[in-house]
Design a binder for this molecule. Structure first.
Ligand code: SF4
Length: 406
């Protein structure tokens, strides 16, 4: 059996644009869906031979709002993927949906096409909070959407929630979490609101609107981790919680540094030792695929031994964490400086050691940007001293540092 691969398809269309959204998604461009579909189908056909040695064990259709793209187009995409790629029996097939654009009939049909996991944007149970960021649905539509998922006999449901929304209080957030729990999802993703530059929300903040501050967000987060643990959801990543056996296979690929191929405008890939992304421009993407214009917006070869910083950045987002010998074996690096720092974090209650593995606690996750930054600095210093030792030992020519600007 070949290497396993995650396949991601990006659908950049939405009914309307939410104020905080920084994803590549477009409202008011539905007239271009057919042309985009043509390009994406061709792209699937042309990319599949590159993955002929791989077995696709997760497919993720994300966006944008894939459910807004319509049953017929989604069916065509799934048929094309099944026909062109080696898709494993039992592959996880996730469809992102918004509550206002799903019906039981659509989901039943897509289940027959292989969709076995739904990720629904709920965000809040409070309609005023939903309206405050221009979400296109109400909480009642979430309730109806979840009923449609269950009636369609799809047994793996994720709900996305956001804490820190404008006007949100501790009580209203807790009420949203409780209402989400009543819907009995197998998986919950709880993200803190971030104000992305260039979004309508950023403009509102610039005009003086106040949002729940960092301390409030931290309290909401810590309360959530505890409440979800009580309700039987295991935290397996900073923002992700699942019942046993329902961790997202696709998302784990990103965090564990496994290969994935993304197709569609703005889709990213880590495949064949190369990290690359397609243009974040609908028209350029369509022309690129159908007429042979430039398609890539970035591309970088990353040899396996240079992935040690990704190892820290991605694995430390998860409760699987990092392990000394894994690190030494894969990257030929000294773990001692990291171990000393992690022991300091342990004393502060930010990290724990389980056997040889280290991972952050919820308090550590809250500080993860800073803590990972500190570990990366130590890693960089260790890389430099590794290189100097090799030069002293005659393994590298002395002028190599000069060539690289050192
Ligand atoms: S529905 Fe999702 S992708 Fe579309 S604008 Fe809102 S947050 Fe962005």
């Amino acid at each position: 059996m070949g290497e396993t691969l995650g396949l991601y398809l990006h659908i950049p269309f939405c009914r309307s644009k939410c104020d905080y959204c920084d994803f590549y998604s477009l409202a008011g461009q539905d007239g271009r869906m057919d042309e985009y579909q043509k390009a994406l189908l061709r792209h699937i056909g042309e990319s599949a031979p590159l993955a002929k040695k791989s077995v696709v064990n997760s497919i993720y259709i994300g966006g944008g709002t894939p459910s807004w793209y319509g049953e017929k187009r989604l069916t065509e995409l799934l048929s094309a993927v099944k026909k062109k790629f080696n898709v494993a029996k039992g592959a996880e097939v996730t469809l992102e949906v918004n509550p206002d654009s799903v019906t039981e009939k659509m989901l039943r049909h897509l289940r027959r096409m292989g969709v076995n996991r739904i990720s629904m944007g709920m965000q809040s149970a409070c309609d005023a909070e939903l309206q405050a960021v221009h979400r296109p649905h109400t909480f009642q539509q979430v309730v109806d959407g979840v009923a449609a998922v269950r009636e369609a006999r799809i047994r793996n449901l994720n709900l996305d929630l956001i804490y820190g929304l404008p006007g949100q209080t501790e009580e209203s957030w807790q009420d949203s979490v409780e209402k989400a729990l009543e819907l009995k999802p197998e998986h919950l993703s709880c993200y803190g609101l971030t104000v992305e530059p260039g979004t309508p929300l950023a403009a509102r903040v610039e005009r003086g609107e106040r949002l729940p501050d960092d301390d409030t967000q931290a309290n909401l987060y810590l309360w959530t981790v505890e409440r979800l643990a009580q309700a039987g959801y295991q935290q397996y990543e900073i923002s992700n919680f699942a019942k046993t056996g329902f961790q997202s296979r696709h998302n784990l690929k990103y965090w564990m540094g496994r290969p994935y191929m993304g197709l569609g405008a703005a889709a990213h890939s880590d495949f064949g030792g190369c990290r690359y992304a397609f243009v974040r421009d609908l028209e350029q993407y369509i022309r690129g695929v159908l007429e042979g214009g430039p398609l890539l917006s970035e591309s970088e070869q990353i040899p396996p031994r240079e992935r040690c910083s990704e190892y820290l950045m991605l694995r430390l987002r998860t409760v699987h964490g990092i392990e000394e010998w894994e690190y030494r074996r894969e990257y030929y690096m000294n773990f001692d400086p990291l171990a000393a720092k992690l022991s300091e974090y342990e004393q502060n209650g930010w990290a724990v050691r389980a056997g040889r593995r280290w991972h952050f606690t919820p308090e550590g996750f809250l500080l993860s940007n800073r803590l990972i930054g500190e570990l990366l600095e130590l890693q960089e210093a260790a890389t430099l001293s590794n290189t100097l030792e090799k030069i002293r030992g005659g393994e590298l020519p002395g002028n190599m540092l000069k060539k690289n600007g050192g």
